[in-house]
Design a protein around this ligand. Structure first.
Ligand SMILES: Cc1ncc(COP(=O)(O)O)c(C=O)c1O
Length: 369
């Protein structure tokens, strides 16, 4: 298989798996148990917390482990006060936009922050948002479909000056570009392990103590009382190792991926009728989303799948729904072109040979005969 869908999920890094195995096989103690067998697991979780904290430049106490990016985003949104208002960018992941829709049904005023044709939040939209004065604003750092990177630091400065709480979903950004919580100036940031070669079912909310979040799960008081439930120790420990490796290898991974992405884009542009979305905008080094007028993205995905090539026809969560991507719609892409969208997200294991094989096949599928 040629796997070109790393924004959906990444294969687990061998070194991460090795770190996790003893905590599945030997050290199975409950980290809350006071005897040695439990204390040992607690200590490994503490190290993982330090590793994740170091990746984004925060104190370990600012990290709350969750079951993934989705839970971290839902937990962050509990900072909204009852009856107050919320503003989210028009290109957020469903783990932000769906709870926001639910908040709207419960009577919360929810506004969308518009983006331009490149998927970038505009200064006008921020000025407008500030005028409405929401309690909380959510702007993702990098988009899962287009890879477009937002200028979160500059928006945060303006929003926080007005006392607005800022959340950024950094699930796709972290491990691909440098991400520093303090540099971005946000109140909250969310991460996911399985996007950085860690195990699935683990993520984190990074927060400051001045931001009043409320637990989604109540129970034994784990994670400083913000996320009860016996910790998923092997996954947390794997996430920690993945975070350590991401920090160590970030520059080298990003440089290699960017080269490979440019190689892919040159070959894509040689195929007639292809539009690369947000082509000249700052994007993640691994992500390219394109459309081909007149084609059906999901049909194309199936044909590529038959040849052993895994790509996405939009965000993984939305695929299969048959609806054009809300992200592309927000960018003003016509529904015909949006329905033809294919997302390629490269990973550290991909090679030029794979790109050649993929683009050669794509060419035959786009121009039959
Ligand atoms: C931008 C973004 N946020 C959040 C999530 C959800 O993360 P998880 O799969 O860990 O729940 C994803 C997953 O695709 C994502 O791409």
């Amino acid at each position: 298989m040629i796997y070109l869908d790393h924004n959906a999920t990444t294969p687990i890094d061998e070194r991460v798996l090795e770190t996790m195995l003893p905590f599945l096989q030997v050290f199975y103690g409950n980290p809350s148990s006071l005897y040695r067998h439990g204390r040992l697991v607690r200590s490994a979780i503490d190290s993982a917390r330090e590793q994740v904290a170091a990746l984004v430049g925060v104190q370990p106490t600012q990290v709350i482990f969750t079951s993934g990016g989705t839970e971290a985003n839902n937990l962050a949104l509990t900072a909204i006060k009852w009856g107050s208002s919320l503003a989210i960018s028009a290109v957020e992941h469903p783990s932000i936009s769906e709870p926001a829709e639910n908040w709207a049904k419960l009577g919360c005023d929810v506004k969308l922050i518009g983006v331009d044709h490149n998927g970038l939040v505009t200064q006008d939209a921020i000025t407008d948002t500030i005028r409405h004065g929401p309690t909380l604003v959510s702007i993702m750092l990098a988009n899962n479909e287009t890879g477009v990177i937002q200028d979160v630091a500059s928006f945060t400065q303006q929003l926080r000056a007005k006392g607005i709480v800022v959340l950024t979903d950094a699930v796709q950004a972290v491990g691909k570009i440098p991400v520093n919580y303090n540099h971005l100036g946000v109140n909250m940031m969310t991460l996911s392990s399985h996007k950085i070669y860690g195990p699935k079912g683990c993520g984190a909310l990074i927060f400051d103590k001045a931001t009043h979040i409320k637990p989604l799960l109540w129970g034994g008081g784990q994670e400083q009382g913000y996320r009860a439930g016996t910790e998923n120790a092997p996954a947390i420990i794997g996430f920690g190792k993945a975070a350590e490796l991401a920090a160590l290898e970030l520059a080298q991974r990003a440089e290699r991926l960017l080269k490979l992405r440019k190689f892919l884009e040159d070959r894509l542009m040689a195929i007639p009728g292809i539009t690369i979305f947000a082509k000249d905008t700052e994007r993640l080094p691994n992500t390219v989303q394109f459309g081909i007028e007149g084609m059906d993205g999901e049909m194309l995905l199936m044909k590529l799948d038959q040849k052993g090539i895994a790509v996405s026809s939009g965000s993984a969560c939305a695929s299969g729904g048959g609806k054009p991507s809300p992200v592309l719609a927000a960018m003003g892409v016509s529904s015909g072109l949006a329905k033809s969208a294919i997302r390629i997200s490269l990973g550290k294991g991909n090679t030029e040979t794979e790109i050649i094989e993929f683009t050669d096949l794509l060419q035959t599928l786009v121009i039959p005969g």
